[in-house]
Design a protein around this ligand. Sequence first.
Ligand code: SAM
Ligand code: SF4
Ligand code: SF4
Length: 342
Amino acid sequence: MRLVDSLERPLRDLRISVTDRCNFRCTYCMPKEIFGRDFAFLPRAALLTFEEITRLARVFAAHGVHKIRLTGGEPLLRRDLERLVAMLAEIEALDDLTLTTNGSLLTPAKAHALKAAGLNRITISLDSLDDAVFMAMNDVDFPVAKVLAAIDAAADAGLSPIKIDMVVKRGANEQSILHMAQHFRGTGHILRFIEFMDVGNTNGWRMEDVVPAAEIVRTIDAAWPIEPVEPNYYGEVAERWRYVDGAGEIGVIASVTQPFCGTCTRARLSAEGELYTCLFSGVGHDFRALLRRGAADEEISAFLERTWGRRADRYSEIRTASTPDRAGSAVRRKVEMSHIGG
Ligand code: SAM
Ligand code: SF4
Ligand code: SF4
């Protein structure tokens, strides 16, 4: 059954967070001052089991979801993730099963195991090729070379085309844009530049720290001319560009300066089984409670139909239409990115 929300947007993508923990402390996502030693992460019993996740995924797939992305926190911190991948890969309605990771735990063996289990593709986050810049952003002194090795491992395992996601933050890594573009041109990997977003309430977001996608496009175009490419599918968030000289493709995700709520088909399931119908939601819808009190699939379906049917979220459009400032972003309580996975 195809489900549409109150603005006629279908449900097509599901992002599943498998853990709220991470071994990085990216300043734009899990700043150390907040996510310190005393931070209360979810206890193990609170996390959905692989069986629970798969059961929900089947219900979602029956309502139009055809793409699933596993995320976190850092999803590879979840033990035996390939077992979950194998379980999800059996859902026939899915035509895309992918994963977003910081790459720190992506060894060649892990990459092969994920591929063998049925993972189609992978996205690896990398914010700079300069160790000093990257370490300042991940805030745990994690070196660039290990992420590059993870990218090679993913390519060897056949998880291509690989997407490399770079969050661009003014004053932090904007000077890395051209170096990153140069490095990944001609490799077949797709580098995507993401505007720094005001997700959550802890990352100190300010509009002046956002490098607009249009500026990124101009910077790259001046070095290597690029031209726009048609979207792959309805609701694709990245605006696609290709190098005129044939050296491949890049993407920009302009969630702040050019919001795409009108075609937003994504739902997000937190590690504890709450469904968020917007990245900027303050409250989730508790699917775990249904699962754990023994609800039948019909009841879970009905809850999903109600939840999605009432959806009217268009946070980014509204934020951009009003005057964006740091106060505006702080007053509203929003779920943290590490909780639902971006
Ligand atoms: N830990 C994994 C990783 O970093 O790839 C997966 C989870 S992470 C929350 C998913 C993506 O969200 C990453 O590419 C990350 O860079 C991005 N992200 C986190 N905070 C962000 C922010 N404030 N603005 C834009 N992107 C952000
Ligand atoms: Fe961890 Fe990913 Fe957030 Fe960085 S962006 S802190 S790697 S969850
Ligand atoms: Fe979708 Fe919410 Fe982002 Fe708009 S702000 S694109 S509705 S997740």
